[in-house]
Design a protein around this ligand. Structure first.
Ligand SMILES: [Cu+2]
Length: 464
């Protein structure tokens, strides 16, 4: 026994020692260039703190390292990892850590149960390469995880993955508050909703705001991007998708096996995936959980902005728009009797709004904090004076990107052009918006809309 212990100590003692480089999301520590094992020290501090879950919505998060997800840990296959868990003296509760990269009971949980103002340590050998979730496993476990206690540890394989231009860190999580999405103020955790699996928020990196606007992930056309994606849960499974991209390669479930040309990859609660893609053209690519109400109504939406010259061969942008009559053209040519010109059929602005605008601006025009500006009581809309009335027509027909301030909040999103609206429908949908939810703008006539449409540059102009 004594001999054995001596052996272990001497082997460990022989390893070069280093401190793990750890990063906050969405950053990933640099690749490890060592080709031999080391003894790596990881120090994780648990911090309980208030942060924003969405615009104006505060929440008491429990975190590893002060962020959700917690600090990214990168070690190498075969390393010996000495892990310190430090529970801040300002915290109220005990916590521990279960790393899925650990071989041993509880993944380290029992060895790291730590009261506020204490620290604990255990050591493990990183036997298996891959991308692993770590999380708190203190009872009630689901609650600790629901409050943000998870992160990723990457055990870099002995033969590292090929170099890419950017590596980013994204973890999905579901959150449970009594109040529904977007209700402002400090929102307490709801055990009832958590047990019922009815999240009010599903977000990337701990907030509906974490990867949008100025915080969007960035890359340039021609570059390769690798996302280390996790799902902290505690309840939902993620259908991870990037709108407008195809994953060239996915390391399924964070392991060694790869699949190519993937549209959507399934990430279980407590699981991960590594996805890679090259940016062939420019634009904003949207990260979503393809369970889409989560993306558009609960916050599971992020952005990756690819800057640089677009590639028209890969993606042309809108090339043309023309009138399409479908069956009506046949019907009118068959009909011999000339019809006296009549007033156009009244178009239903409300229905047009529901079909063309509500998915972004929301059914009551309330918008989505930080992502889609409100149309209800929008000072931007109210401020559309006669000289600027053409602008809204341009937004709808040509789209709009770049900074825009609505009710004092800055938006930096992308409104995609809306297709299929003739002048009658266009006037109807604008008038619905202009006169609903307390808005009071002067109505647009079909002729006025037509004038603005005709003054626009040709539709083949680049749309971004
Ligand atoms: Cu905990």
């Amino acid at each position: 026994m004594v001999v054995l212990l001596g052996l272990v100590v001497s082997v460990v003692g022989a390893l070069p020692a280093e401190k793990a480089v750890m990063t906050q999301p969405p950053l990933v520590p640099p690749a490890i260039t060592r080709t031999t094992p080391a003894k790596v020290t990881v120090e994780l501090e648990v911090v309980e703190k208030v942060m924003q879950l969405a615009d104006g919505v505060d929440y008491v998060f429990w975190t590893f390292g002060g962020t959700v997800p917690g600090s990214f840990i990168r070690v190498r296959e075969g390393d010996t990892v000495e892990l310190w868990l430090e529970n801040s003296p300002h915290n109220k509760l005990p916590h521990n850590i279960d790393l899925h990269a650990v071989t041993g009971p509880g993944g380290g949980a029992a060895s790291t149960f730590t009261a506020p103002g204490h620290k604990t340590r255990f050591t493990f050998k990183a036997l298996n390469p891959g991308l692993y979730i770590y999380h708190c496993a203190t009872a009630p476990v689901g609650m600790h995880v629901a409050n943000g206690m998870y992160g990723l540890i990457y055990v870099q394989p002995k033969v590292p993955l090929p170099k890419v231009d950017h590596e980013y860190y994204v973890v999905q999580g579901d959150f449970y508050t009594d109040a529904d999405f977007g209700v402002r103020g400090l929102q307490p955790f709801s055990m009832k909703r958590a047990i019922d699996e009815r999240p009010s928020y599903v977000v990337f990196n701990g907030s509906a705001l974490s990867l949008v606007g100025d915080r969007a992930l960035k890359a340039k056309v021609g570059e390769k991007v690798r996302l280390f994606v996790g799902n902290g849960g505690p309840n939902l499974v993620s259908s991870f998708h990037v709108i407008g991209e195809i994953f060239d390669r996915v390391y399924l479930e964070g392991g060694q096996k790869t699949q190519e040309h993937v549209q959507t990859t399934l990430i279980p609660a407590g699981g991960s995936a590594i996805v890679e893609f090259k940016l062939e053209t420019d634009g904003t690519f949207i990260l979503v959980d393809h369970s889409l109400f989560r993306a558009f109504n609960k916050g599971a939406l992020g952005m990756l902005k690819a800057e640089g010259a677009g590639n028209k061969e890969v993606y042309s942008g809108r090339e043309m728009e023309d009138v399409y009559l479908g069956d009506e053209s046949v019907a009118s040519s068959v009909k011999a009797t000339p019809v006296a010109p009549t007033a156009p059929v009244a178009a239903d602005g409300k229905a047009l709004y529901a079909a063309n605008c509500a998915m972004c601006h929301q059914p009551e025009g309330q918008g989505l904090p930080g992502v889609f500006p409100p149309l209800a009581k929008s000072d931007y809309l109210a401020g559309i004076t006669s000289s600027r009335r053409a602008e809204i027509v341009e937004f709808i027909l040509r789209g709009k990107a770049g900074k825009l301030t609505v009710n004092g909040v800055e938006y930096n999103g992308v409104m995609t052009p809306v297709a299929g609206l003739d002048d009658v429908k266009l006037a109807a949908v604008i008038n619905f918006v202009a006169t609903s939810w307390g808005n009071k703008s002067a109505p647009y006539s079909t002729a006025e809309v037509k004038r603005y449409r005709e003054a626009l540059p040709p539709a083949s102009a680049p749309e971004h």
